[in-house]
Design a protein. Sequence first.
Length: 109
Amino acid sequence: MGKFTASEADIKKMKAQHGSATEIIVTKPKSKDKKAETFRCFIKDPLDNLDLFSAGMDVPSIMNRKMYFLDNLWIDGDEEFKNDSKVRLAGAIQVYDTIEILESEAKKH
């Protein structure tokens, strides 16, 4: 388990401060030398931060866009999301997947 901990009171405080708090959990599998490790972080809702969301959509590379969202929606969590490339990549993919786009259409009349 990573070093970051968040009590229910901490999560409540994050939600009060940011409007929402989504938890991202990444688990590195065990290897010969190490046990499996789990890392956690909390992010803000991208759709509650439309300026940031719009700016992120302008980032040309999809992978860089995912990293942009992880960095800029960050509330708190394990430092491995910032300095371990495997945890960072997995976390960035999960952050991007939290963006819910509803099906829609436009009709010109």
